[in-house]
Ligand binder design. Sequence first.
Ligand code: NAI
Length: 342
Amino acid sequence: MDVWNQSYEQLIFLQDRSIGLKAIIAIDSTKLGPSLGGCRFWQYASDEAAVLDALRLAQGMTYKSAISGLPFGGGKAVILSQPGQSSREILFRALGQHIQNLQGSYITGMDLGTDVSDMDWVRLETPYVTDVSGSLGAVNDFTAKMTAYGVFLGIQASLKTVYGSENMQQKIIAVQGLGKVGYQLCRYLKHAGAELVVTDVDSKRVKKVVEEFGAIPCKPDVIMRTPCDVFSPCALGGILNDFTLGQLDCSIVAGAANNQLAESRHGEKLHELGILYAPDYVINAGGIIVTSVELIGGDAATAQQKVEKINGTLMNVFQAADEHGISTAAAANRIVEQLLKG
Ligand code: NAI
């Protein structure tokens, strides 16, 4: 990858050998406000993979905030997990000091491999952090719950577009990944009368959803070829790729996972296949909406009202795609690019 010729605003490499800190902060855009996006603590196959991940995720955050009408840009931090590092307190406090030096152009929070206690360490060094103990999103897993709620509303909008009704009775929804978001999503879907087919690599999580919601269990390698109305990816990114697209036996793809399209051309392929794709950064914005409400000031009810707008945002994307005869992925990108230009 040619790191110099990308459109991001800043790419910051942090190294402190004395504590084993190797981290990257990617600021994609501050055009619409301070860049906002969580911190990942992850073991990468290579340094290049870490840079690529940070840049891709930061850009995704720009798009997610912009299309959701939030006054924030996009950023992301990654700490590379490696043997012999100092304690999490030392690593996250060091990261916090660097974030403080940026004076608010980047605000961090939780992501894969990080939790509330890590953000509490960051908070000791800087106020530019969310998801700390007692914050709106951290209490009772509110962030994941609102992400799931947004995905649920997005599935309703997708059903309405394809079938003319958002009614979920007798609709089969295949959910891949039953973690924080997938589990909550199943609860909403079951309540609305959907029939669930579910999978996870963790069999305990599958058992729980089968017992609580009467879902039908399925093997992880079978879920994508399961005949269903909606395939809902709530586990990994890159799940829509050359290998998997031909397997899909559904009318709609609508789920929480970030970066679902392995490459942007896979959005075009879904369009050609006649499968309605709910762009990931539109449908899974519930979490960032909670974070933004926390930063701007507001309570859980305000956050929920804002999450409810996801349905309308998605409908606008579907209408724009239809009007211009383009894929939903391209239509969403076009809307964001207009917002960033203005
Ligand atoms: P999580 O880590 O709680 O759950 C992920 C689940 O996927 C786990 O149960 C894991 O065992 C399962 N999984 C992993 N590989 C799998 C595979 N090959 N097949 C089936 N299951 C597999 O994560 P969480 O928070 O539920 O997030 C899910 C997705 O949604 C992630 O892609 C995340 O980036 C995205 N997302 C989450 C938000 C949030 O508020 N938590 C906000 C926006 C996006």
